[in-house]
Design a protein around this ligand. Structure first.
Ligand code: PEP
Ligand code: MN
Length: 349
């Protein structure tokens, strides 16, 4: 249930309403929008509370929310969530580009790729130190040393970093080194992991499960939000369909749908979404045209020798730089800002 207050309500009255609501054994989340303030009420539905709220001074309307997710819903939080990480704003006006290899392979590799991501105008360095591989005999990532290498490259080149965390036990160590923690598609419903991520405030890039509906995806985000971490970024990364030509089918419609249903930032991963290098740039452009707040793109200096199978979908550095130039032209047409020269010179706070 949500209660919408009148525009003129003062802080004291708002606090009193919250106190009254919480007497009913539910939690009240206050979200101050530009035009109105919304009190989201989480807990067992209580008809007597609904009636009481309707009669309260300062309350304009009470709406029951039938969606299974609440905090992730735009009903609860009408304005876009903007996540500010050391002066980089995700979900705001600026288009965000995260680039880098599938996996961190060596200090030299990640340093050189970080340099290229920064020079091209990207804001975030991606790279996996723990890799969720389909087969147990495949390369599993280089682990904690990879986190250190990546943090060092990010620091040196003025980039934020994003890396995948696979288990609750590794959340704290990954959060020590990275600015954003990625939950991979295979872990979208790893509820213990989601709960653990709810207990910290490091931003989480939550990838859509490759067979997950929008409702399931937003419920996965809800686990993190309900735990107390408001910093969730949704990522469409392709779903499994009957089409074998592409590795996954990038669900472009997910971008406007998720923006409609939720206030959380939405980014797109055209690399895993297609699995084919030649499709990454067109699907990246299409994602931005569809309203994505950002992109996460695999780029490698030597994709033929990439230690994961994802070399085939990794852009060469010049392709990555060309794509960012195109995005710079496209962004203003869809109400976004993207200035590659400014980004290349920017130092995160
Ligand atoms: C990745 O980002 O390298 C990755 C493994 O992504 P996903 O979980 O989307 O497959
Ligand atoms: Mn990959």
């Amino acid at each position: 249930m949500i209660a919408i207050t009148s525009n003129s309500i003062n802080e004291e009255r708002l606090a009193e309403i919250v106190r009254q609501v919480e007497k009913h054994g539910v939690t009240a989340h206050v979200s101050r929008g530009t035009d109105r303030t919304v009190i989201g009420i989480i807990g067992k539905f209580d008809p007597s509370l609904e009636e009481k709220l309707r009669a309260m001074k300062g309350i304009e309307n009470v709406i029951r929310i039938s969606k299974s997710y609440k905090l992730a819903s735009r009903d609860f939080h009408p304005d876009n969530t903007v996540i500010n990480i050391r002066r980089v704003e995700i979900g705001g006006e600026e288009l965000i580009v995260m680039g880098g290899p599938c996996a961190v392979e060596s200090p030299e590799q990640i340093d050189e790729i970080a340099r290229l991501v920064k020079a091209a105008g990207g804001q975030v360095l991606r790279g996996g130190a723990f890799k969720p591989r389909t087969g147990p005999y495949s390369f599993q990532g280089i682990g904690v040393e990879g986190l250190e290498m990546m943090a060092e490259a990010g620091r040196k080149h003025g980039l934020l970093t994003v890396t995948e965390v696979m288990t609750p036990e590794y959340v704290d160590i990954c959060a020590k080194y990275a600015d954003i923690l990625q939950v991979g598609t295979r872990n979208m419903q790893n509820f213990d992991l989601l709960r653990k991520l709810g207990q910290i405030d490091t931003p989480v890039l939550l990838k859509r499960g490759f067979s997950a509906t929008y409702d399931e995806f937003l419920n996965a985000a809800e686990y993190i939000l309900a735990g107390g971490n408001p910093n969730v970024i949704l990522c469409e990364r392709g779903i499994r369909t009957f089409e074998p030509y592409t590795r996954n089918t990038l669900d472009l419609a997910a971008i406007p749908v998720l923006k409609q249903l939720s206030h959380l930032p939405v980014i797109s991963d055209p690399s895993h979404g297609t699995g084919r290098r030649e499709l990454v740039a067109p699907m990246a452009r299409a994602s931005v045209a569809a309203g994505a707040d950002g992109l996460i793109i695999e780029m490698h200096t030597d994709p033929d020798n990439s230690m994961t199978g994802d070399g085939v979908q990794s852009l060469f550095p010049d392709q990555f730089a060309d794509l960012l130039q195109e995005l710079e032209k496209l962004a203003p047409l869809v109400g976004k800002r993207f200035d590659t020269r400014k980004q290349a010179a920017a130092v995160p706070g």
